[in-house]
Ligand binder design. Structure first.
Ligand code: SF4
Length: 164
């Protein structure tokens, strides 16, 4: 897997102060995407052991609420395996931290991925520019949903996340 950036103390991509991993690779091609530089799966730099350490060092900090996987699309077919492994490792090492994931897929297309057992919140769906609304919390267009993954898996349908 390749990535573009790890941002720290981020307040915009999920609840609390978060560490955000911006992966390379997205095939959704949403018009007016905020981050087209991340579309190329061969872009960015390899997510190597040093990058993982950088991410984990941030998660060691008490005031960091958790990690957010964004991009690009962490659920691009070529990213799924490594993101799944990483989510599992973070869940085991930092059980008190939350894991958020942004994807251009709809929840119904990805809800059966085994990695979902380790994810707390998914923000789903492509960005649709005519539905863009700057007032929306944690998402760019009104078709997207902020989904409580564990409750959704339990209920067998998408359940919206309620702010803690
Ligand atoms: S899913 Fe996100 S990163 Fe991918 S094209 Fe759409 S807005 Fe851009």
């Amino acid at each position: 897997m390749r990535y573009h950036n790890i941002t720290k103390d981020d307040m915009l991509n999920g609840e609390g102060l978060r560490t955000v991993l911006w992966v390379a690779g997205c095939s959704h091609n949403c018009p007016e995407c905020h981050n087209p530089i991340t579309w190329d799966i061969r872009g960015g730099i390899p997510f190597d052991e040093a990058a993982k350490k950088e991410l984990f060092d941030e998660l060691e900090k008490d005031y960091i609420s958790g990690v957010t996987f964004s991009g690009g699309d962490p659920l691009h077919p070529q990213n799924r395996e490594e993101i799944g492994r990483l989510a599992g490792e973070i869940r085991r090492r930092f059980p008190e931290k939350t894991i958020w994931l942004y994807t251009g897929y709809d929840w119904e297309q990805v809800c059966e991925l085994p990695m979902m057992r380790d994810i707390d919140v998914v923000v789903d769906g492509e960005f649709i520019v005519r539905l863009k609304d700057n007032k929306l919390h944690w998402k760019g267009s009104s078709n997207q949903r902020v989904i409580d993954v564990q409750r959704s898996l339990l209920m067998g349908q998408a359940v919206l996340y309620e702010e803690q």
